[in-house]
Write a new protein. Structure first.
Length: 148
């Protein structure tokens, strides 16, 4: 399942890039993140709690920073998480790219390709897509708040 979100962030590209490369700091902008801790230079572990329909998920897993290309203003990360109670898992890859619009305006494009396994996947794409879209929108709004 693929999701895409584009947003105008009222901040210069360089400080936005620096913020987005700080995984624990940027994770606080994602709704439902309870904790994120660094394992090594490119790997983090964390916990995300989210409600999809009547099911509450407590996803525990890893985030691996796979690409950090400042020349092209592009980064990619992979996430792998499981919920033992709901017998489900989420595996996905997210890419972020930044495009300078003006000195204090940057376009952020977030693209996610995710596989949802187990009971969560049984909800069907419309419910999952609606939840993912709302989480991405809230994520972008939280980034704007933190950087304004």
């Amino acid at each position: 399942m693929k999701f895409s979100q584009t947003a105008q962030i009222p901040v210069a590209r360089e400080p936005l890039w620096n913020f987005l490369m700080d995984v624990p700091k940027v994770a606080k902008s994602l709704p439902g993140v309870e904790s994120v801790s660094k394992i090594d230079a490119t790997t983090y572990e964390g916990v995300l709690t989210v409600r999809v329909g009547p099911i509450k998920l407590n996803l525990q897993g890893k985030i691996i920073l796979e690409e950090q290309n400042k020349t092209d203003w592009r980064a990619a990360l992979r996430a792998e998480a499981k919920d033992r109670m709901a017998a489900g898992a989420v595996n996905g890859k997210t890419t972020m790219s930044l495009k300078e619009i003006s000195a204090n305006q940057t376009e952020l494009v977030v693209e996610t390709d995710v596989n949802i396994l187990g009971k969560i996947g049984e909800f069907g794409q419309p419910i999952i897509r609606k939840k993912a879209d709302s989480m991405l929108k809230e994520f972008v709004e939280n980034i704007k708040k933190q950087l304004s």
